[in-house]
Each structure stands twice: as C-alpha cells, then as structure tokens.
Design a protein around this ligand. Structure first.
Ligand code: SF4
Length: 336
C-alpha cells in the first residue's frame, strides 16, 4: 500500500573477531534479530529501549544505509535496497533521516540555506534556482527559522536552531518516509519541547510515514501513534502509546515505564531490574530477558517467547496467557 512501511524478519548480525588467544575466534553480535512490524501510511512509530537494544541499527536498516543479514523492508510495496541504481536513487529521495547530532551532520563551511538547498540540487535537477530558493524559504518558515538564519554558518546558531536546520533539510525533499534517530536527545528540555512542537505542527500539515527512535519515553508519548519496545535486538512489546506506556504488559516495558520520574509516584513503585544488560554477543538462552526479569519462571530459561497477539495486545512473554499475570497499570492517570 502507498506510504506503508513493512518490515519482515529483519536481522543484522555483525561478525566480531576476538583476538588474544592462540586461535582468533569469531563471535556474532546480533544487533537486530528478527523484527517484524508495519507502520501504516501517515502513522508514526516510536521505538524505545536502552542503549544497545538495536534502535539505531534498525534506523539505518530501514533506509538501506546498511545491508541486512536477512529479512526485508518494503515501503509502498517496493523493496528497500533491492532495486536498480536509478530506481533506488528515485526511492531514496522519498525517504529521509534526521540524526541525533546536528553539528556533526552539517558542513561548518557552508551557510545553512545552501545546505538545505543542496539535496534539491542533487535530487530535483529539474527545479530552477528560483524555485529551489522559494522551497528553501518556505520550509525554513515551517520550522521557525527566518531568512537571516539562512545566511549564517552552523556554529553561529544555537543547538535548537541547528536541529531545526536538520529537520528543514529533510523536509525540503517532501519525504514520504521520515526516520528520526534520537532527534532531540542532545537538546535542553525547554529546547526539546520547542523542537517537538515544530515536529507536531509539521505532522499536521504534511502527511508522511515516520519512525521516531528515542530512549526518552516522555518524548515518544508526545509524538508516536504506536510504540515498540526493543530489548537486545528484538521487539518485546508493541501497541498503542496508552497501552504500552500506561499499562505495559512485558516485564521489561513495565520496568522502563516505572523508571520515568513522575510527580506523585512513590519511589517504591519503581521496578529495579537486577544485573546489567547482557553482553549482546552472549545473549542468554530462552527468553533473553530472563537474567533480569522479576517474573522469571523455569520455562523462560529454556524457550524463547515469540511476539504474539492476544486480546488486542502484542507481547513476547510466556506469561501473556497466564491468568496470574494481568497487566496492572504502572501509572495511574497520566502515562509515563
Ligand atoms: Fe520474564 Fe519469562 Fe516473560 Fe521473559 S518470558 S519476560 S523471563 S516472564
């Protein structure tokens, strides 16, 4: 379907050679290990999880920036990364990414207006210089930047303004798919709120399918229509924000949600996980979360739970059908 992002059994494994012994050994790091999900046209999927859960690798796989080990990603029915060069170039201009580090993504020697215009020169050679400049001015206005900002160099702008430039540079291409990897995590809380407001305004005016990656559940709640929780390269729960962030079922989602500071929530309600996240080159057998799970049962050590849907909820946990394990609201009233 036009504008639909579809991901099936997507995996990306890296081979790591370990030296220091007589014979070098190879270990496999499963950064992403079998993701399956759909994002409907115009929908925004939020992906949350600790660092090392595979969120950023997922972002790069979705746009074909790195090849997958197995599985496939299609956008609007076309397979990403598997079309001839010319068709791929046309497809690339419909898909844009917003990065975490705006300073690193901008050229310090070029004015920001020229940097916003650059992708138009490459991907829309049919546009006249006047038409390009009009499009740049319009998109700068959309993200709250004035004409004068366009004449400046990146270091002359604040962090929030630089992130607006990055958003403008992605939007000037009028993308149908926008993937954002921690786009506001480097900003102060007040600037974060301004940039998120810009984002929401833009979403109301433009229709694009999106994936928004963040470790911050509050940010995701504000922006996403659907939320996926990742742990060690897999999705452990996916659903509507009011379900996943207010009544999480998976024990890992419950711990994440309980860790968000909220006025009026007693400290005793926080779920403290035992131990550190496992080394991703040495993922525990059975359920990968069993070494830290407060609900662990014998079956969890032997069998890996699949992501299954039951009664409208989609969770990878053996206890989803256990009557003793009902989804108890982690928060009362406002979610996360
Ligand atoms: Fe915890 Fe077992 Fe569920 Fe894994 S399958 S999350 S270890 S209860």
């Amino acid at each position: 379907m036009k504008g639909e992002l579809s991901v099936k059994n997507l995996a990306r494994h890296f081979k790591l050679r370990q030296r220091g012994t007589l014979f070098a050994r190879t270990k496999i790091l499963k950064a992403v290990d079998g993701l399956t999900f759909n994002v409907a046209p115009g929908e925004m999927l939020g992906i949350v999880g600790e660092s090392g859960s595979g969120k950023s690798t997922t972002a790069r796989l979705l746009l074909g920036h790195i090849p997958s080990t197995s599985g496939e990603v299609t956008f609007g029915g076309e397979k990403i990364g598997a079309v001839p060069n010319l068709a791929w170039r046309r497809m690339r201009r419909r898909m844009q990414m917003i990065y975490q580090d705006p300073l690193g993504a901008l050229d310090p020697r070029i004015t920001v207006a020229r940097q916003i215009e650059e992708p138009l020169v490459v991907h829309f050679p049919e546009l006249t210089p006047d038409a390009r400049k009009a499009r740049v001015r319009a998109v700068m206005g959309d993200v709250g930047l004035s004409f004068h900002h366009g004449e400046r160099f990146p270091h002359e702008l604040s962090g929030g303004q630089r992130q607006r430039v990055i958003i403008a540079r992605a939007l000037v291409m009028e993308p149908e798919l926008l993937v954002c990897d921690e786009p506001v995590s480097a900003l102060d809380v007040s600037v974060q709120a301004q940039v998120l407001n810009v984002f929401q305004d833009i979403r109301e005016r433009n229709s694009f399918t999106g994936v928004f990656i963040s470790h911050d559940l509050k940010v995701v709640r504000q922006i996403a229509d659907k939320v996926a929780v990742m742990y060690l390269g897999r999705i452990v729960e996916i659903g509507r924000p009011d379900e996943v962030l207010h009544q999480p079922l998976h024990p890992y989602s419950r711990a994440l949600v309980s860790a968000v500071p909220r006025k009026g929530r007693p400290a005793r309600e926080r779920i403290i996980l035992s131990g550190d996240p496992p080394n991703p080159v040495d993922v525990p057998s059975g359920c990968p979360f069993h070494t830290r799970c407060p609900e662990v049962r014998p079956v969890c050590r032997a069998l890996r739970p699949e992501l299954i849907s039951d009664a409208g909820r989609t969770v990878a946990c053996h206890l989803i059908n256990d009557p003793s394990f009902a989804g108890v609201p982690v928060t009362k009233g406002e979610a996360a």
